[in-house]
Write a protein that binds this ligand. Structure first.
Ligand code: ADP
Ligand code: ADP
Ligand code: ZN
Length: 208
């Protein structure tokens, strides 16, 4: 069985960046609710489309994301889970459907998060993350990995970023406290370089 890794952190903490490397290194699935929802933005659900929540920076209803995660984990031999759970009810659901080998929290200060999110650029084709200052592509606007076009996400504007950070504080910080109280949370300094953060996560996962 492959490692089952849960990566927690605020929007912009570096979950996507690190998950990609972890999935390659450990040969596990990268399960990310954000990407799954973006790929199905206009799917009709009884609550409305994912888009209607995402463009405001609000959480998509639990029933929709729980179903996505359950299906993805069922098929995976090991995974790195990124962007879920985002509230205590999702955390309870996760406990019912799987066990975890490592729970890692990437800690980054709020001022740094705003700068990271508003400067983030993502590849339209393969989803790789870049940053206008911190992680520049070799050629402006072009993905290093696949040559695709780099774009700014609709929700990476300053106003929506502020809303997402307040949703994080209210809904997701209690999730971090929950895993901390259980004694399974390992906190990592997410303000180090991506390489240093990766090494810290690796040593946690290798011990798990
Ligand atoms: P980031 O990694 O920058 O926080 P994500 O790609 O994880 O952004 O999420 C983008 C949006 O997708 C969120 O603002 C939210 O609307 C929706 N979303 C993603 N994961 C979840 C989840 N587990 N529960 C509810 N909504 C989610
Ligand atoms: P998340 O998935 O948690 O929202 P991302 O991995 O997409 O976060 O990272 C957010 C932005 O910050 C991206 O533009 C990324 O290139 C950049 N970034 C990621 N890790 C670091 C780091 N350690 N230092 C500086 N910038 C980073
Ligand atoms: Zn690409």
């Amino acid at each position: 069985m492959g490692k089952r890794i849960l990566l927690l952190g605020a929007p912009g903490a570096g979950k996507g960046t690190q998950s990609k490397r972890l999935a390659e290194t450990y040969g596990v699935e990268h399960v990310t609710t954000g990407d799954a929802l973006r790929a199905n933005k206009d799917m009709e659900t009884e609550y409305g489309t994912p888009r209607s929540f995402m463009e405001k920076g609000e959480l998509v209803p639990d029933a929709v994301v729980n179903e996505i995660v359950e299906a993805a984990l069922e098929d995976a031999d090991g995974y790195v889970l990124d962007g879920y759970p985002r509230n205590l009810s999702q955390a309870e659901y996760l406990t019912e459907i799987t066990d975890l080998d490592a729970v890692v929290y990437l800690n980054v200060a709020e001022s740094e998060l705003v700068e990271r999110l508003t400067g983030r650029r993502v590849c339209d084709d393969c989803g790789t993350n870049f940053h206008v200052k911190f992680n520049q592509p070799e050629e402006e606007g072009v993905c290093d990995d696949c040559g695709g076009e780099l774009v700014q996400r609709d929700d990476d504007t300053e106003e929506t970023v502020r809303e997402r950070l307040s949703v994080f504080e209210e809904n997701t910080e209690p999730v971090i406290e929950h895993y901390r109280d259980e004694g399974v949370l390992v906190e990592i300094d997410g303000e180090q370089t991506p390489d240093e953060v990766f090494e810290d996560i690796r040593s946690v996962v290798d011990d798990a």
